[in-house]
Design a protein around this ligand. Structure first.
Ligand code: CU
Length: 677
């Protein structure tokens, strides 16, 4: 499917960038089955989605990507310039934007927060994302929006486009992916409805064997994942929607960086949403939603590997609930004002024991409370369209946050901590022409420490709880997007001062402690890209991403920062056949801080640069049926990303140890997509 870019859609989008999120119902029927007009795919394989709106990148998660992403949310994001993934095994890596990982990147699944349970961070929110069950992914860069919770490095929204059937109809979509290393993914998405409402059911399944690196060394990385989604919606009219949704999913995944694997990632989700749009008066839209997310994770050292020593299992769970209410006001034609409140509460519990069915069975143990969090926030974001070309956007957010240490044997047992957090931004945007814009914004956000940070030790105590302060980011974002003839490009840059950056340091001062401590940091960098359509069916593109981090307190590099990265692409597409190449070049990383980083990982040392070359092709019968195929890492390079986890801690019998968890070697893949309506 190739969506031609609609100038009208862009003009609307550029004028009201905030309205795009869930504004226009897409007719899942008839001629247009395209997701939303803003999602455009110039080529059928996404190698780097272009940035066409200030501070915001969008892409279709169902579109084939090169390199073939693993079946989770993080791998899917890696194609965006500025994004990296901390690899732990075959799937469930942690996404990192501009060197900022974990809670610094706010991830929402159809508006809901999901918080993992694994103390060892096996399950970032993206581990509960099944890419084929979403219609759109949006990255909002920087602390430049207050609508979706506290965002310091940015927010990533995995969204479903609202469904509306103008007349009775149905749509069946399916996709099948097969690839090297025993990989196969299947998805079935069925929806049907009338103007009164709709039902939708989605099933996904994915499985992969252990992959091999370029040297043919097997990496302990196999996984299997499945999800089922059911959605029931009522649409009394085109602008009113009441939707109920339920998701169940489970997975198992091998980890190459540690002594245990994830043998269960159960998730249960229920959501309800109400929305009334285009009301036409001073009150234009209201939105209300509530959700329940429960995850029940098991990791052990016997299900997916030969146990060395005693069989052990760890079984944390976490329940997260929340709601959000928002109103869009239109006090004047030139003003759009969104106000609202959101709330979130979660409780983390744990238990551990022996193998199921054996003495000390973990399932027979009592679950004990660890930490409990309660937070709510008030937000207000105003867009003032001064004239057709200039606008100001200002946002303000206040959060009240509270945490309680419910552990019995913690140094801070039964203590409480709380904070009032203020975030806000101010941005100016100017359109030069239909597809060209400039922006400059100053933002500030205050982020409370998360579960993983609070569970660490601190400098002078075995508990970091109540010892570390919220992290405060103040950031300048400046950029431009432009299009002129066959050329198109973007630059987005940032400069950030982080006060009380929560640094995680392992082997602190020669001990075996991993501590959390506040430091001050400065980061700067950005992303840039250019596309050039040099002949009717030909396009070449290049992108560059860099982030520089300094630990101002310790006076050296900030840990876990990715090196300079560039991509060069060449694509040919005649509407039926397509072909493309991708060369990804990553520089060496000489700036590192051994044992320092974030809750996901810490630096090991310097890394070498590398280049990876990949090719793809495709054929489409019509807009609903296409096949794409490719070979990633054609020359079978052996390499590891700078942010990869250490492979030395694992000691898995039958697997050779490597310094870092290496990336896959040569990988062949084919994805077939088919839809009926
Ligand atoms: Cu785990």
């Amino acid at each position: 499917m190739s969506y031609r870019f609609s100038p009208l859609a862009f003009a609307v989008a550029a004028a009201f960038p905030l309205q795009l999120l869930a504004e226009e119902p897409v007719h899942a029927h008839g001629a247009s089955s395209a997701p939303a007009p803003v999602v455009t795919l110039d080529t059928i394989v996404v190698t780097a989605p272009p940035m066409r709106l200030p501070l915001r990148v969008e892409f279709d998660p169902r579109a084939p990507q090169q390199p073939l992403p693993a079946n989770d949310g993080a791998s899917l994001l890696k194609t965006l310039p500025g994004m990296s993934v901390i690899r732990k095994g075959g799937t469930d890596g942690d996404p990192v934007f501009r060197g900022m990982a974990a809670s610094r990147l706010n991830i929402l699944l159809d508006g809901a927060q999901i918080l993992g349970g694994c103390g060892g961070r096996m399950d970032p929110p993206t581990a509960y994302i099944f890419p084929d069950s979403y219609d759109r992914v949006t990255l909002l860069k920087g602390p430049q929006s207050v609508l979706y919770g506290v965002a310091s490095a940015g927010s990533v929204l995995f969204q479903r486009t609202p469904t509306y059937f103008a007349e009775p109809g149905y749509r069946v979509g399916s996709a099948l992916t097969v690839a090297s290393f025993g990989r196969n993914d299947e998805v079935l998405d069925v929806k049907g409805g009338t103007p009164l409402g709709y039902v939708q059911g989605m099933l996904t399944h994915a499985r992969s064997g252990d992959y091999e690196d370029g040297d043919g060394k097997r990496v302990h990385s196999r996984y299997e994942r499945q999800s089922a989604t059911a959605i029931l919606g009522f649409t009394p009219d085109k602008n009113t929607r009441l939707e109920f949704s339920a998701i169940r999913s489970d997975a198992e995944a091998a980890y190459a960086d540690r002594g245990m694997d994830g043998s269960q990632f159960k998730r249960e989700n229920y959501g309800v949403k109400f929305e009334k749009a285009n009301m036409g008066g001073a009150l234009d839209k209201i939105e209300a939603s509530a959700y329940y997310n429960y995850i029940d994770h098991v990791m052990d050292n016997y299900s997916l590997r030969h146990a060395s020593g005693m069989a052990m299992a760890n079984n944390p769970d976490r329940k997260t609930t929340g709601y959000r209410l928002a109103a869009t006001l239109q006090p004047a034609d030139s003003l759009q004002w969104i106000v609202g409140v959101d709330q979130q509460a979660n409780l983390h519990r744990g238990r551990s024991g022996g193998r199921s069915g054996m003495a000390n069975d973990y399932r027979e143990q009592k679950r004990v409370d660890n930490l409990r969090f309660d937070a709510y926030g008030l937000f207000s974001e105003l867009t003032w369209q001064v004239n057709p070309d200039d606008r100001f956007i200002v946002g303000l957010r206040g959060d009240r946050w509270e945490a309680k240490d419910k552990r019995q044997n913690s140094a801070t047992a039964h203590q409480k901590m709380d904070a009032t957090l203020t975030s806000g931004f101010f941005r100016y945007e100017r359109d030069f022409s239909e597809n060209s814009a400039f922006y400059a914004g100053l933002g500030h956000s205050e982020r409370a420490p998360d579960f993983w940070e609070l569970m660490k030790a601190s400098v002078n105590s075995t508990s970091a709880f109540d010892r570390i302060h919220p992290e405060k980011t103040t950031q300048l974002d400046v950029g431009v997007t432009w299009q002129s003839g066959d050329w198109q490009g973007f630059v987005s840059s940032f400069y950030s001062k982080v006060d009380d950056y929560i640094l995680i340091e392992s082997k602190y001062r020669g001990t075996s402690d991993t501590v959390a401590r506040n430091i001050d940091a400065t980061t700067w960098g950005g992303e840039a890209g250019v596309d050039y359509r040099f002949a009717p069916n030909w396009k070449t593109a290049a992108s560059l991403a860099y982030a520089h981090g300094k630990n101002d307190t310790d006076r050296h590099a900030l840990g876990q920062m990715p090196p300079l990265e560039g991509r060069l692409m060449l694509d040919w597409d005649n509407g039926r056949w397509s072909a493309g190449t991708l060369l990804r070049l990553v520089a060496r990383q000489n700036r590192y801080a051994v044992n320092q980083g974030n809750i996901v990982g810490q630096d090991i040392g310097k890394t070498a640069g590398f280049g990876v070359f990949s090719m793809n092709g495709g054929y489409r019968w019509n807009k609903n049926t296409r096949v794409t195929f490719g070979v990633d890492n054609l020359f079978d390079q052996t390499y590891a990303e700078a942010l990869s986890k250490s492979g030395e801690a694992s000691m898995i019998s039958g697997y050779e140890q490597t310094t870092r968890v290496n990336e896959p070697g040569r990988t062949l893949w084919l994805k077939a997509q088919f839809a009926l309506e």
